[in-house]
Design a protein around this ligand. Sequence first.
Ligand SMILES: Cc1cc2nc3c(=O)[nH]c(=O)nc-3n(C[C@H](O)[C@H](O)[C@H](O)COP(=O)(O)OP(=O)(O)OC[C@H]3O[C@@H](n4cnc5c(N)ncnc54)[C@H](O)[C@@H]3O)c2cc1C
Length: 378
Amino acid sequence: MNILISGAGVAGQALAYWLHRHGHTATVVERAPRLRDGGFAVDFRGEALDVLDRMGLLGQVRALDTQMGDATMVDADGRPYATLPAVVYAGDLEILKGDLTRLLHEVTCDVAEYVFGDSVTRLEEQADGVRVEFERGAPRTFDLVVGADGLHSRTRALAFGPEERFLRHLGIYSAVFSLDNYLGLEHTGLLYSVPGKAANIFSARGNTEARAALHFASERFAYDRHDLAEQRRILARRFAGEGWEIPRLLREVAACEDLYFDANAQVEMESWSRGRITLLGDAGYCAAPTSGRGTSQALIGAYVLAGELAAAGGDHVRAFAAYEREMRGFVAEHQKAGREGAEAFFMGTPTQELLDMLAAGMPHTERGAVVRLKDYPA
Ligand SMILES: Cc1cc2nc3c(=O)[nH]c(=O)nc-3n(C[C@H](O)[C@H](O)[C@H](O)COP(=O)(O)OP(=O)(O)OC[C@H]3O[C@@H](n4cnc5c(N)ncnc54)[C@H](O)[C@@H]3O)c2cc1C
């Protein structure tokens, strides 16, 4: 089958890999002019390690492990008051999001067609395929269309309706960006947190760089998601007058090239599929960054979707139904973790006792443990 994937993120590229393994032809259309390599570290838990193993990538991902140690909570004067155990924020294995995106691209760029700088504008389901119109390219017809275009999925909007119907805002906005490791952090991070606001800085790439994040509590508000200057102004306003390293971080935000700013939100849908169109990863069932499971979910979803298509001999109706059945319970669990994470997010100055309790409750898998994924015929 000829299958169009909208979005070259983790979900879209992992799906391109598995579709090729099952003998299909994938075309990936990505709105950005090139791979988007910004973002913080992402971590893998449980079954996602098994998927990486089945893709033959576990060794390469392990080689890129950020190897972070415990991080330190600091007050407004930079004085440490508690330790955040690494298992709470780095999971079983953690790598930079950009490294993962690049790795997935390396293993799929020769086996899938990639179209950068374009986007789907119209989807028309026909008896034997979906006619797709694009912003730039000529219309084409595909057997199936998969929306892997993230939280603000265009595919979802075109096939299911406006995002307001499906997004549950969790009351937090986050910004992530790269900067020099000017504090000389070594495989560790510093976290600052007051009611309603938090910031952190972590060393990255063997301590040669750093990544910082700014988070604030807010009801949902309107802004232009493509206007980075406006997002910088929002951050400057929200964090004006804050202590610790915040004044420096605001200067860094103003100069950085890879600002990623978005609401922490979840996507809740009764069904992820309509006819020959289905959704994958954040587009269909985002669990929010506070779940710490978005990347694992995207990888596993790609494996299951491609596998169920193979198991159903290409019968997309059966395959999409099976994909949802396999994934629903798992997604519900992750979304619950995302909501709980958001509720606990702005706890002011957490005590060591609370942080240790959090660490004790984290699902922890033995590194490389192989868990319950179905085997699909190749
Ligand atoms: C730049 C970036 C940085 C991120 N940083 C973090 C982070 O620090 N921490 C965290 O927890 N999560 C982060 N995320 C989200 C995280 O990557 C996802 O939760 C998770 O990996 C699931 O991935 P996904 O492929 O479903 O969605 P995403 O990773 O969001 O990928 C979606 C892809 O679709 C593309 N796209 C969007 N609209 C269109 C369109 N109309 N047409 C074609 N393509 C489109 C996007 O450019 C993107 O490449 C980030 C996402 C991005 C894009």
